[in-house]
Design a protein around this ligand. Structure first.
Ligand code: ZN
Length: 270
């Protein structure tokens, strides 16, 4: 039987790279069967960090992208420059997509006018990055928080149909996931599925089924049970995986095979 292995399809290892804890985290990760990490960019600084890390560590793949929460603080000029610089990553070892990009309405300013400005900047930044992704046909990793419908609308308007699109850290329910799946998109799930009051998210996971399923830690955030409260690390993906295998009533081996194949195909990792 092949070994039970996992791919962390979404993490932010800048905290490990900056604190010199990479080797230690990688050793724990290997022991837990987590053999590949995809490092997600949120701004141009971490893209540079991850591109360098991918040259050093074979288990690292990375994306380029500006997180919606960083969008309002970036000038249009800087956005354009950053996106143009992404051309240098095409074909580079470890480069696998654009993300995390999208819309996040969970922490908008209180005043109505500032709120509208922030939303406009987020939408503008999202569209600009999508245009690059469409032009180069690279996989897209979405961040959508309290903005499900607006993200869906912008994707349709930008013509991402038929492209590889994953909604990261899916927190909606079965109805929403059916809407994505019907459009050829998929969702990936974090340790949130191991939390007590997240029945809706688990139902969404079940509704999507095994053929499209991908999982992630989103480390250092969203630590799964039984380590909730600690800093998350890619090794903890194994807890989420075990929980899901139990929840779906399938052998761990079967889940591992599906997730490996789904994740490698989606991100074109050999
Ligand atoms: Zn993330």
């Amino acid at each position: 039987m092949p070994p039970v292995t996992w791919i962390d399809t979404h993490c932010h290892p800048d905290y490990l790279l900056k604190s010199g804890k990479m080797e230690e985290a990688w050793e724990c990760s290997q022991n837990a069967g987590v053999r590949h990490w995809i490092a997600l960019s949120t701004e141009k600084e971490d893209t540079a960090l991850y591109a360098r890390a991918a040259e050093t560590y074979e288990f690292i793949s990375y994306t380029v992208g500006i997180h919606p929460q960083n969008a309002p603080s970036i000038s249009l000029e800087s956005l354009e420059k950053t996106v143009v610089s992404w051309d240098n990553h095409l074909g580079r070892r470890g480069f696998v997509g654009v993300g995390e990009i999208g819309l996040d309405y969970s922490r908008l300013p209180e005043s109505l006018s500032e709120r509208n400005t922030a939303i406009c900047r987020q939408k503008e930044t999202f569209r600009y990055q999508l245009r690059w992704a469409v032009r180069h046909d690279v996989p897209i990793v979405l961040h959508a928080r309290d903005a499900f419908q607006d993200v869906l609308t912008i994707l349709e308007e930008m013509g991402t149909n038929g492209m590889k699109v994953v909604w990261h850290c899916f927190c909606e329910g079965p109805e929403e996931i059916r809407a994505l799946n019907a459009r050829g998109m998929r969702a990936s799930f974090t340790g949130i599925v191991t939390f007590k009051n997240t029945d809706k998210v688990r139902e969404a996971l079940r509704a999507q089924g095994l053929e499209r399923l991908m999982i992630e830690t989103d480390a250092p955030y969203l630590t799964p049970v039984p380590h909730r409260g600690k800093i998350n690390t890619p090794a903890y993906l194994a807890f989420t995986a075990k929980y899901i295998a139990h929840y779906l009533g399938i052998p761990i081996q079967e889940l591992s095979e599906h997730l490996e194949s789904n994740s490698r195909k989606f991100f074109r990792i050999r």
